[in-house]
Write a new protein. Structure first.
Length: 92
């Protein structure tokens, strides 16, 4: 129920980030990936809190670990581009 009340605010934030990315000439793929990573983090945290409330602390820690691994996997392309950019800036 709370999430449904916040949908409009979430849409405004996403729309603002998209406008900033267009103005900064940032590839939208990176913004989409970052938003997906943020979504995974929130969902994993929410699921972990629910399982902790149900008395399943061990399962909650596994959910948190799975969320972190998914985030790392999604972040690899962004990290690769970042490292390649830094390498290009370093004089040979």
């Amino acid at each position: 129920m709370i999430f449904l009340l916040l949908v409009d605010k979430i849409y405004e934030i996403i729309h603002m980030l998209e406008k900033l990315a267009v103005n900064a000439k940032v590839n939208m793929v990176y913004i989409e990936t970052i938003l997906k990573i943020i979504g995974i983090a929130y969902i994993a945290e929410f699921a972990a809190q629910i399982t902790k409330d149900a008395g399943q602390g061990a399962l909650a820690s596994k959910i948190e670990l799975a969320g972190k691994i998914m985030i790392l996997a999604m972040a690899i392309p962004i990290l690769t581009v970042l490292i390649e950019t830094i390498i290009k800036l370093i004089p040979s």
